[in-house]
Design a protein around this ligand. Structure first.
Ligand code: BTN
Length: 313
């Protein structure tokens, strides 16, 4: 949201605030204040004009300005009711030099998952992509994916969903009988030179207020709705962005946070990598997100792959 508009909104939220008082406080014309108020109304904020000035009656349920309002993290949010893929749009913005931008959508018509899979994204989810320009070497980029998985898991647990991370970045819920269902996934894309990242796009897809029946795919899926009922998507998206913002400040610390929220460690796993398939016990994760598997007593490090939790031997 544009800076002056954000300040108009904050002042009205603390209000009541009259047009002339706002104009003076923000050093803009009364006409400009009025235009910002109208734009905020168009964006769904209910602003009454009473004798004492403007009063904020309600905040829109979801959308860019709604998520930005009260957000304790420095992201600008671009909202789309429907878009092909927020990652696609985020890459476009990254190419134009955007930083700390978030592309958020209610629905995606061409959502993309890892390994070139399609990602079902019906209306009611949180489909968003973060554009970052961190000053780190490309080899550290996987830590942003881990940070996003931790952020989503914490937000889901706050909402009452018993979510845990499956390496590297699938947020899962284990149901009766031990069946794991996927609640959220993360797709990170990056551009950079040998020693420095130019931009990172972290795409986060969370099945929130949707029915699992709307989520066809290879693996069983669940949603916040299926686990605990519908939640406030605005608050949920804000918590994810705030947690992520905290975590990215200490990339090495992310691995500890990941361990605390993961279910993979100590499990028997099958990991498909570009070099073949590994069966063993997942014993650790090290910076920036490498899985260490004990294969018949030998420790093997895996940087990337598809991981399956196996039943105990
Ligand atoms: C996975 O395969 O687990 C990753 C899924 C990532 C989906 C998200 S939804 C928002 C963003 N836009 C996309 O097209 N994909 C990611």
């Amino acid at each position: 949201m544009q800076e002056t508009r954000r300040r108009v909104l904050d002042a009205i939220a603390e209000g009541p605030a009259t047009g002339p008082a706002l104009a003076e406080e923000l050093d803009v014309s009364r006409a400009a204040v009025w235009k910002h108020v109208e734009a905020l109304r168009d964006a769904g904020f209910e602003i009454e004009s009473g004798d004492d000035g403007y009063v904020l009656e309600s905040v829109p349920e979801f959308g860019g300005p709604a998520v930005e309002y009260g957000l304790e993290a420095p992201f600008d949010v671009e909202y789309h009711g429907s878009i092909d893929s927020t990652n696609r749009r985020a890459r476009e913005l990254a190419g134009e030099g955007a930083e700390d931008a978030v592309v958020l959508a209610d629905e995606q018509t061409g959502g993309r998952g890892r390994l070139d899979r399609a990602w079902a994204s019906p209306s009611g989810g949180i489909w968003m992509s973060l554009v970052l320009r961190p000053d780190v070497p490309p080899a550290h980029a996987p830590a942003f994916t881990l940070a996003a998985a931790v952020a989503v898991t914490r937000a889901a647990r706050e909402a009452g969903v018993d979510a845990r991370i499956k390496w590297p970045n699938d947020v899962m819920v284990t149901g009766e009988g031990g069946t794991e269902r996927k609640l959220a996934g993360i797709l990170t894309e990056m551009e950079g030179e040998a020693d420095r990242v130019s931009w990172v796009v972290v795409g986060v897809g969370i099945n929130v207020n949707v029915d699992p029946g709307e989520l066809p795919g290879d693996a069983p899926a669940t949603s916040v709705r299926a686990e605990v009922g519908d939640v406030d998507r605005r608050a949920f998206a804000q918590r994810v962005l705030e947690e992520f913002d905290d975590l990215r400040g200490d990339l090495r610390g992310v691995v500890d946070a990941w361990r605390e929220n993961a279910s993979t460690l100590g499990k028997r796993v099958r990991v498909e990598t570009a070099d073949g398939v590994l069966d063993g016990e997942a014993v650790d994760v090290t910076f920036p997100g490498t899985l260490v598997v004990d294969v018949d007593g030998e420790r093997v490090s895996v940087a990337a792959g598809d991981c399956e939790h196996l039943r105990p031997a």
